[in-house]
Design a protein around this ligand. Structure first.
Ligand code: IDP
Ligand code: MG
Length: 152
């Protein structure tokens, strides 16, 4: 099933100049970029994005962190995009993330874990709608799609 997933380079990823590296990994894997923006989250937007974590002890610290500096928000599309996105990113705790994953390769702290990836198709839809108007998701064809098996 062709899906879209919401991926966000967090403030630490932007400050550490990892945006290009992260985009490269999603491009290399074969996902299609359909939405991209650099923005600063306000607290309200951050609260909505992380609303499922509102009872966690780290919620307010997470909001401080995610609103402290700009982020890069992206939507990537592929067959099973949500599952693939989580695989490329790795588990939440960087010390559990294997080398080869983004978190496994680039971070060591659970909060400063560089990147967000949707954890379900339902959450992907919800998160994409927070960050992107429908008109900001761009439809286009790439000839390489045939060779990635994406036009099947
Ligand atoms: P995920 O980003 O892997 O989906 P979630 O459990 O949804 O992980 O948590 C959202 C974000 O909150 C994490 O990516 C991380 O930045 C932060 N976070 C999660 N657990 C902790 C914690 O135990 N301490 C501090 N920050 C945490
Ligand atoms: Mg999550």
């Amino acid at each position: 099933m062709i899906e879209q997933t919401f991926i966000m380079v967090k403030p630490d990823g932007l400050q550490r100049a990892l945006v290009g590296e992260i985009i490269r990994r999603f491009e290399n894997k074969g996902l299609k970029l359909v939405g991209l923006k650099l923005l600063a989250l306000d607290r309200k937007m951050a609260e909505i994005h992380y609303e499922q974590l509102k009872d966690k002890p780290f919620f307010s610290s997470l909001l401080d962190f995610i609103t402290s500096n700009p982020v890069v928000a992206m939507v990537w599309e592929a067959d099973n995009a949500v599952y693939i996105g989580r695989k490329l990113v790795g588990p939440t705790r960087p010390n559990e993330a294997d080398p080869g994953t983004i978190r496994g390769d680039f971070c060591i702290n659970t909060q400063f874990n560089v990147i967000h990836a949707s954890d379900s198709v339902e959450n992907a839809k919800r998160e994409i709608a927070i960050f992107f108007a429908p008109s900001e998701l761009v439809r286009y064809e790439r000839s390489i799609m045939h060779w990635l098996g994406l036009d099947l």
